[in-house]
Structures are given as structure tokens and as C-alpha cells.
Design a protein around this ligand. Structure first.
Ligand SMILES: Cc1cc2nc3c(=O)[nH]c(=O)nc-3n(C[C@H](O)[C@H](O)[C@H](O)COP(=O)(O)OP(=O)(O)OC[C@H]3O[C@@H](n4cnc5c(N)ncnc54)[C@H](O)[C@@H]3O)c2cc1C
Length: 342
């Protein structure tokens, strides 16, 4: 993949994408597969911001069961399946244990019902995946004895067993993100990192071009396209600044997410989901606080994600030493959803 700035400056594109995180890169790949001529610029490193902070779960939407949002569950299962088919070399099934306790909503009965509904909703979860090792098994309830074997370090006081469900896990989310960049480039898209979008060039009310600056040389040039897509993640509140003249400020509510890295311990190769976060106010079925998940990561364990509402600038999060910043796109009208395939 080459930084072909000459091509960006001298050709005209169907679509110009601003931002090379997973959403921008997936859009670039999707658009090239629809035979569109695509340009994409990223001011830093491809996937170097929010997308680098992922807990690495390609989740199939089990949590939306608490919201009784079956269409979102179905969509998540479909997207997970598409990604597993597109990148089978980068994805593995990962079992997650949710300890059960004697409570009504946290007990085995409720969890068995939840797993059954999840299995019904996701009955097409393995469709088209040829390698049986990648098939996601149905969920099941396990005994306290089996839980002890699978998670030897887990405190067992008040624990009656666990629900075991399966989701998909990216071994390396950075490679995953980069695979989208490489595939889009191989499909004909022109991508360049270290190129910052600085201003839209308007003709009347239509955006005609995007003025960009090469962060390497400082040179500025324009990219001409029919359509522009801003996939700038937590930078989307800076969008008005890209328009000439004074624009009304638009505040985007963001989330700053934090993850812990610990030694392998409680359970080495299985994920764990334990309640502990804030109550999920959107949930119709309350099971205590939001769950923290653990995933195996490079010989250690990643725990996350603690989300806190964050009202500062996106750069502020990045510069404060935490790479983990993000926004809840589902609450933001107009945010492009990550669709890998239709
Ligand atoms: C801690 C944490 C854990 C997470 N775990 C998971 C998980 O396990 N599974 C999951 O599916 N999701 C997870 N997420 C959510 C997921 O990471 C995000 O939804 C996703 O990375 C957002 O990607 P994006 O492309 O929209 O944003 P980003 O990755 O931030 O990309 C936006 C890009 O736009 C660029 N940009 C901005 N302005 C300009 C400009 N003017 N010119 C050029 N480029 C510009 C930025 O440099 C940036 O690279 C997690 C999020 C966090 C914070």
C-alpha cells in the first residue's frame, strides 16, 4: 500500500472518507466492493486511536437481550458472522463465564432462559463458516464444580455455577483493522495516513472538495469527490470547524473507556463476565450493574470496559495518556454504523 498523494490530489473520487479507524476503513472496503472509487485520509496511524483500545470482542449482542432489543441482537449476530467469514485467520470463538447466584435474575433458571433465547436468535451464527473450529457452540449452564475447574482463582462464595456462552474474539484487533485497510487498497481505494482533513471546500451548499494537509511535508492540497463521509470517531464534534465561516458548536457526548491489564490468573483461556459497573438504565431486565469482561490478551488478561461519560475534546483523552476513548455511536443520530457486509 502506497501513500499516493499525487493521485489523491489529481483524480476525482466517488467517495472521500475522513478518518481511518475501523469504521472509516470498513466503509472504504465496502464502498470499493460496490465499485466506487474511494479516497481515505487518516491524520495519524490507521486504527491508531479508539480502534486500538478495543477489548477485542466481536460481540453478537447478547447484552441487548436485557434491552429486549431483538433486532439489534440479530444485526450483531449477522455482522459477527460476516466478519468471521471475512477474516477467519484473525478470529477465534471464546467462551465467557457468567457466574450464577441464588437471585431470581442472576440464578441458573434466568440464565438458562437467556441462553436459550440467545441461541434461538443466533441460530444462523455459524452459517457459511467452513472451518468447524470456528463454530460458536450453543450456550449452556455449568455446575459450581466445573466452574472451579475452568476458573480456579474465582471466589466461589454464593456462586452456584455459571452460564457459559460463546462470542468471537479477535486475536489482534490492530491486524484486524489493518486487514480492512489492505483489502480496501487491494480493491482500488487510495488511502493515506498522516494526512489531516483541514477544511471542506464548498460550492454553494455542496461540498466540492476536502482541503488536506500532508503531516509529513506540511503541503496542502484538495481532494475532489462526489460524496464525503466523516468517520472521525470521537473527533466528530470538530466537524463544524472544517466548514468555512463560523459554524454553530455541536457537543458530542463521549465515553472515556478504561481497561486493566492483569496477569493470567482467575481464568486463563476463558473470558469472564462479572457485574460491577453502573446500572444500565436502558435495560428492561436488570441483573445488577453492567458487566465487566475479561479476555485473554498476549499472555495477560484484559479487563474492561469501565465507561465514563466524558465531555472534553477527543484529543484531550488521547493526550491525557489514555488511548481508550470512544463514543456511544448508537445515541448519536447520523453516526454511520459499522456495517461490514450486506
Ligand atoms: C476501551 C474500549 C474498548 C472497546 N472494546 C470493544 C470491543 O471489544 N468490541 C467492539 O466491537 N468495540 C469495542 N469498542 C468500541 C470500538 O473500539 C469503537 O466503536 C471503534 O473503534 C470506533 O472506531 P472509529 O473508526 O469510529 O473511531 P476511531 O478508531 O477513533 O477512528 C477515527 C479516526 O479519525 C481520525 N481523524 C479524526 N479527525 C481527522 C481529520 N480531521 N483528518 C483525518 N483523520 C481524522 C482519527 O485520527 C482516528 O484515527 C471499545 C472502545 C473502547 C474505548
Amino acid at each position: 500500500m502506497q501513500r499516493d498523494l499525487h493521485r489523491l490530489a489529481n483524480e476525482s473520487f466517488d467517495l472521500c472518507i475522513l478518518g481511518g479507524g475501523i469504521n472509516g476503513l470498513a466503509t472504504a472496503l465496502d464502498a470499493t466492493r460496490r465499485d466506487l472509487k474511494v479516497a481515505l485520509v487518516e491524520m495519524g496511524d490507521f486504527g491508531g486511536e479508539t480502534s486500538a483500545g478495543s477489548l477485542k470482542i466481536l460481540h453478537g449482542g447478547l447484552r441487548y437481550l436485557q434491552h429486549l432489543d431483538f433486532s439489534r441482537m440479530t444485526e450483531s449476530v449477522r455482522e459477527r458472522n460476516a466478519l468471521m467469514r471475512m477474516a477467519p485467520h484473525l478470529v477465534d470463538p471464546l467462551g465467557f463465564l457468567v457466574p450464577t447466584t441464588p437471585g431470581l435474575m442472576t440464578g441458573k433458571l434466568a440464565m438458562r432462559a437467556a441462553l436459550t433465547v440467545n441461541d434461538v436468535v443466533s441460530w444462523k451464527r455459524n452459517r457459511g463458516i467452513s472451518d468447524p473450529k470456528l463454530h460458536l457452540p450453543a450456550g449452556r449452564i455449568i455446575s459450581a464444580e466445573e466452574l472451579k475447574k475452568r476458573a480456579p482463582g474465582l471466589p466461589m462464595q454464593g456462586v452456584t455455577g455459571a452460564a457459559l456462552f460463546y462470542d468471537a474474539h479477535m486475536r489482534n484487533s490492530d491486524r484486524f483493522t489493518l486487514a480492512f485497510a489492505l483489502s480496501a487498497a487491494a480493491g482500488g481505494a487510495t488511502l493515506a495516513n498522516r494526512v489531516r482533513g483541514v477544511e471542506f471546500v464548498l460550492s454553494g451548499s455542496k461540498i466540492e472538495a476536502l482541503k488536506v494537509r500532508d503531516e509529513e511535508s506540511g503541503n496542502e492540497f484538495e481532494i475532489r469527490a462526489e460524496q464525503f463521509a466523516a468517520m472521525t470517531g470521537p473527533w466528530r464534534d470538530l466537524l463544524p470547524e472544517l466548514f468555512p465561516g463560523k459554524q454553530p458548536k455541536r457537543e458530542v457526548v463521549k465515553n472515556a473507556g478504561v481497561q486493566l491489564v492483569t496477569q493470567r490468573g482467575v481464568c486463563a483461556d476463558t473470558g469472564l463476565a462479572v457485574p460491577g459497573g453502573e446500572l444500565d438504565s436502558e435495560a428492561h431486565l436488570q441483573r445488577g450493574g453492567r458487566h465487566y469482561f475479561s479476555t485473554p490478551w498476549q499472555g495477560s488478561i484484559l479487563w474492561g470496559t469501565q465507561d465514563k461519560e466524558y465531555r472534553g475534546g477527543a484529543g484531550g483523552v488521547a493526550n491525557s495518556g489514555s488511548r481508550y476513548s470512544g463514543i456511544y455511536s448508537r445515541n448519536q443520530p447520523g453516526t454511520a454504523r459499522f456495517r461490514s457486509e450486506t
